[in-house]
Ligand binder design. Sequence first.
Ligand code: ZN
Ligand code: ZN
Length: 101
Amino acid sequence: MIAASRRLICDISEEEKRRELKDIADVYGQNNFEEFMEDPKCSACGKPAEKRCSRCKLEWYCSRECQVAAWKDHKKLCDVMVAAQAEEAKSKAKENVEQTN
Ligand SMILES: [Zn+2]
Ligand SMILES: [Zn+2]
């Protein structure tokens, strides 16, 4: 998907290029933003967290124990977030294909 976007950028005007870059930033910005967050907190106990839910990558945990303890409550939200992310990636990929044609 990234490679397709790069190829697309070569064929479009400066203004479109900026818009495209912004779209890419929007898609990847959420993940990047989390990387730069100073001190993520464990969503189970509130302590500084180092581990992230490997599915949705939106929930932070200080330990495997907290992740397991919180999973029962998080599972529902996690499924929704993963589905939403997959849906967004799919529609983005589709958009890029349509723009290329
Ligand atoms: Zn914790
Ligand atoms: Zn999750």
